[in-house]
Write a protein that binds this ligand. Structure first.
Ligand SMILES: [Zn+2]
Ligand SMILES: [Zn+2]
Length: 256
């Protein structure tokens, strides 16, 4: 079994303002090469047009290190879903110059929101909208938002039904879901115990699952502990299917 992923589609840098100082393009790229990764996607947060413009700084840094780096580097973005429209639209129009787009639900909310009819509907429509959006390559940490609510269990039937629908949509358009190594760490109690079911639903529906460390620190690059604890509940999903470079990504980004 592979113990270090061959790729990582979800990595942050110091540009986001809440990452460790070690998370520079230069150091993350060099470390990915030491880990023998073939593909690393910088996917910085985009909350608005201003943050999108700032990503251009990363393009310059990536171009400066790529020729000396054995790992292919991408300029992606983790773009917020628009919480006012809550129909799966992203907060910015996706520009041509992004290599890979993650759409994530990060509604502004108290740390542990309360699910009510309104919040549930907004979350549901956002996730379903994302799952129809062909410009979104991958849905970021699906479920991380809703499972953070203290009372999510009261809504669990609707939540799981929504995941079933979203997974069917994503599978039909070839959209991936993020097998995110940070999500489990952020969840609590029953949500942490049950989170694997989201990935099981995705796998059963044929959704592509891409590994993402969601690193904000150089030391989390290549870590798989939380993903492994999800996978132990899904024996038919072999770890190598998550950790090997998916062939379609190899073709798309010219990696042998
Ligand atoms: Zn996120
Ligand atoms: Zn992230």
């Amino acid at each position: 079994m592979i113990t270090v992923p061959e790729y990582d589609m979800h990595v942050h840098t110091v540009l986001c303002g809440h990452a460790h100082e070690s998370a520079t393009v230069e150091r993350m790229s060099a470390h990915a090469a030491v880990l023998k990764m073939k593909l690393l996607c910088f996917a910085e947060h985009v909350h608005c047009m201003g943050t999108l413009e700032e990503l251009k700084q990363l393009r310059d840094k990536i171009d400066a290190v790529q020729s000396a780096c054995s790992c292919k580097l991408l300029l992606g973005a983790e773009i917020d879903c628009d919480e006012k429209l809550h129909d799966g639209s992203l907060v910015v129009n996706i520009p041509e110059w992004l290599d890979f787009v993650i759409g994530s639900i990060h509604f502004s909310h108290p740390e542990w929101p309360e699910v009510n009819e309104n919040l549930f509907t907004h979350w549901q429509q956002s996730l379903l909208g994302l799952s129809h959006n062909r410009k979104v390559d991958m849905i970021g940490h699906p479920g991380a938002f809703i499972f953070n609510a203290d009372n999510w269990q009261k809504w669990r039937l609707g939540i799981y039904e929504t995941f079933h629908q979203a997974a069917a949509n994503s599978a039909s358009i070839g959209q991936a879901w993020d097998m995110n190594n940070l999500t489990l760490h952020k969840l609590r109690g029953r949500a942490r115990e049950q989170y694997w079911k989201v990935m099981q639903i995705a796998f059963d529906k044929g959704v592509k699952l891409y590994y993402g460390s969601d690193s904000h620190h150089i030391s989390s690059l290549g870590r798989i502990g939380n993903v492994m604890s999800i996978l132990k509940h899904i024996p038919e999903l072999e770890p190598d299917r998550i950790f090997r470079l998916p062939p379609e990504l190899g073709r798309r980004f010219n990696i042998s």
